[in-house]
Design a binder for this molecule. Structure first.
Ligand code: LLP
Length: 442
């Protein structure tokens, strides 16, 4: 068992020894990201089969840390921003506006409107998501001769949970098909050109539904968008965080899209470029959350063995929010891998059912819950106080979505394991007085 150098999960270079070295240097809890893995995922996306060009964008909402944005951009991906602030953040990280597309529920007004126009002059693509957004930008876009893109609500979607399906009638992203012709007529009257068509059906849903959306969207282009040159299928590639989970095959999806684009060309004489905007796929499995065991408790003979660690819902809120599963690794204080859900052979005789909880005052503060909020025990080695519990699949929507100051815990550090093997701090831990620095007393 327990080779200290052994990588934690398949296809990453992060080993138990890296996690422990990072913890010793920067303290726990902390996130460790694997540069090698992120670069490989970027390349896989850049290499997706396509017919007439491919422009992938990274959905920065998944992980918007400056170094991550810079790393992904250095691999040739553009940026999908979901708010004006995200666009500002990407620009602040050194990414040119022309590499950014803004797809937002916001309706930019006042200063936001001025800034949006400035960014559009600089090349940012605005993916209009409602009639109101179009009405507000139409005169500007027409007078500056800036083409827009349009997000369509297709009426069907697919997501890992109902809360991540963005295409059915319970969500309102994009211009609904039922008003599309009307909205396009308005754009036509105003002299606004629509060169991009976009649909994002949801996150982590059925790859079959993703495939079906390719057909659907090409039909929209053929029927309604004579000026379209780019078609975006959004993000949402399903990844496998847990052993046994099945991921979407992005090469296969690319092949399917390629074939459809070629048929479209044969039928219409129009060559369309393909766009995709993955967030999860790029970073999810490249991230680990390293926590330390603070305490061990039991709820008696009919109860459970609890392991209390120093990072729970405030550093990975996905299990509490969605019932999402993340793999656990137990690592000794000296860096030996004691158990891994990817490698049952590692499990020792002391392995048993345990419940991992954080230190927030909430019974749901765990990283193992089902979709109803019930805590799910897991089969793990018995850690001692001072050992580590490492949580995999934490590169996407963990740091970015963390309610980090809950219970007045700090926002925790982020570290990048560089391709050469060094550990680089990419976010400093928040200082305690930064928690209350904007508060005004009586
Ligand atoms: N494009 C658009 C317009 C989106 O709304 C999203 C995600 C993406 C791309 C990227 O999707 P991805 O490749 O990451 O699935 N917090 C949830 C995911 C919500 C994503 C919302 N939109 C989670 O932790 O699973």
């Amino acid at each position: 068992m327990n080779t200290a150098k052994m990588q934690l999960a398949p296809k990453t270079t992060v080993a138990a020894s890296h996690a422990v070295a990072a913890a010793e240097q920067f303290g726990t809890p902390l996130y460790v990201y694997d540069e090698t893995c992120i670069v490989r995922h970027c390349r896989n996306v850049m290499d997706m089969p396509n017919a007439f060009g491919l422009a992938p964008r990274y959905a920065m909402k998944a992980n918007s840390s400056r170094a991550i944005l810079q790393l992904v951009a250095s691999q040739g991906l553009g940026i999908d921003a979901s708010s004006l602030n995200e666009a500002r953040r990407a620009i602040a990280a050194g990414i040119a506006p022309e590499r950014i597309m803004l797809t937002t529920q916001e309706v930019p007004m006042a200063q936001n409107r001025t800034d949006l126009e400035e960014m559009m002059r600089g090349g940012l693509r605005y993916n209009v998501c409602s009639r109101r957004q179009l009405e507000l930008i139409a005169d500007f876009a027409a007078s500056e001769d800036i083409a827009i893109s349009m997000r369509i609500h297709p009426g069907v979607g697919s997501g890992e949970s109902a809360t991540r399906n963005t295409g059915d009638k319970y969500s309102c992203f994009g211009v609904h098909l039922s008003i599309l012709e009307d909205v396009l007529a308005y754009a036509g009257q105003k002299g606004v050109k629509c060169t991009g068509v976009h649909v994002h059906i949801g996150s982590g849903g059925d790859p079959e539904a993703w495939r079906a959306n390719i057909d659907c969207e090409l039909e929209f282009v053929e029927n309604f968008f004579p000026d379209a040159t780019h078609v975006s299928f959004g993000g949402g590639f399903k990844v496998a965080r847990m052993p046994g989970e099945k991921a979407a095959d992005i090469e296969e999806l690319g092949c399917y899209a390629k074939k459809r684009f070629e048929e479209f060309y044969a039928r219409t004489g129009r060559k369309l470029a393909m766009e995709v905007e993955p967030g999860t796929y790029i970073v999810a499995n490249a991230g680990f959350l390293v926590t330390r065991v603070l305490d061990l408790k039991s709820t008696g003979r009919d109860g459970f063995e609890f392991v209390i660690v120093d990072g729970g819902m405030e550093v990975n809120t996905r299990p509490l929010l969605y019932g999402s599963s993340h793999p656990f690794y137990v690592v000794s204080a000296t860096g030996s891998l004691l158990s891994s859900e990817f490698d049952p052979m590692l499990e020792e005789t002391a392995a048993g059912e345990r419940i991992i909880v954080g230190r927030c005052c909430e019974s749901g503060d765990s990283q193992s819950l089902d979709e109803h909020g019930h805590i799910v025990p897991r089969f793990l080695a018995a850690p001692a106080v001072g050992d580590y519990v490492i949580v995999g699949g934490c590169g996407a929507y963990c740091s970015a979505m963390s309610p980090f100051n809950y219970n007045s815990h700090i926002q925790v550090p982020e570290v990048l394991l560089r391709e050469g093997g060094s550990l680089q701090l990419i976010r400093r831990p928040q200082l305690i007085d930064q928690i209350w620095q904007n508060e005004l007393g009586l």
